[in-house]
Design a protein around this ligand. Structure first.
Ligand code: BG6
Ligand code: MG
Length: 218
């Protein structure tokens, strides 16, 4: 089997937006008088916007404080703070090793896709000036089942026209690794901190991404 495509998560893999997610949630939590810290933020990696808010509410014993509509409104408020913050992103925020890795993959005929559940993915890629490096960018608004469901990774494989077994997924969150495995792809885990399921290839940082080594794992 030869490698046909690489499917990348965005937040924590192509760039580190966790600090902006943290700051935006923190601003909302402070306004609401809720506790929120870096440890809770860790639990939100790879988790959808509304489910992230549910986790914050759970940690504050406040799951019944708001109606579903109110929760939507508040999660959207966080998103407005987040959107304002990410406007600071530049190509300098691309994580180390990413551009050479994708360039080498593309030079070897390997297609690249983005499987992010962030509805801000397109804007982030635009600010990083790397949108053109991808043959397909999944639209999070169309994904019905969040990671760990395989839907988003399968959507990318389908869109590129490859069998998932010919693709490798790159992720930084436990839910993402589960999603890649459920899709039937090999996984590369970047600094995955919660590891009840081990990635097939374990890396500490994106700077360790080595195209030849990864290609030969398939
Ligand atoms: C994921 C992040 O990529 O996207 C999560 O790891 C975030 O922290 C999720 O909640 C949804 O992002 P957005 O931009 O649609 O709120
Ligand atoms: Mg991620």
């Amino acid at each position: 089997m030869s490698l046909k495509a690489l499917v990348f998560d965005l937040d924590g893999v192509l760039t580190d937006t966790a600090k902006y997610h943290y700051l935006a949630w923190k601003k909302l939590a402070d306004e609401l008088g809720f506790y929120f810290d870096e440890d809770i933020n860790e639990l939100l990696k790879g988790v959808s916007r509304i489910n992230s808010f549910e986790i914050i509410l759970e940690k504050n014993n406040a799951t019944t404080n708001f109606s579903a509509t109110e929760k939507e409104v508040l999660a959207n408020k966080k998103n407005e703070y987040y959107k304002e913050m990410i406007e600071q992103l530049t190509p300098n925020d691309i994580l180390p090793g990413i551009v050479p890795f994708i360039t080498e993959a593309r030079n070897n005929g390997v297609k690249c896709a983005v499987a992010s559940i962030s509805k801000n993915a397109s804007r982030v890629l635009e600010l990083l000036e790397i949108s053109d490096m991808f043959d397909y960018i999944a639209d999070a608004a169309l994904v019905k089942k969040p990671k760990p469901d395989p839907e988003i990774f399968l959507t990318c494989a389908n869109a590129l026209g490859f069998d998932p077994a010919e693709c490798i997924g790159v992720e930084d969150a436990q839910a993402g690794i589960e999603s890649i495995h459920a899709a039937g792809m090999l996984s590369v885990g970047i600094n995955v901190t919660v590891t009840s399921i081990m990635p097939d290839i374990v890396l500490k940082s994106t700077s360790e991404l080595d195209f030849n080594k990864i290609k030969n794992q398939l």
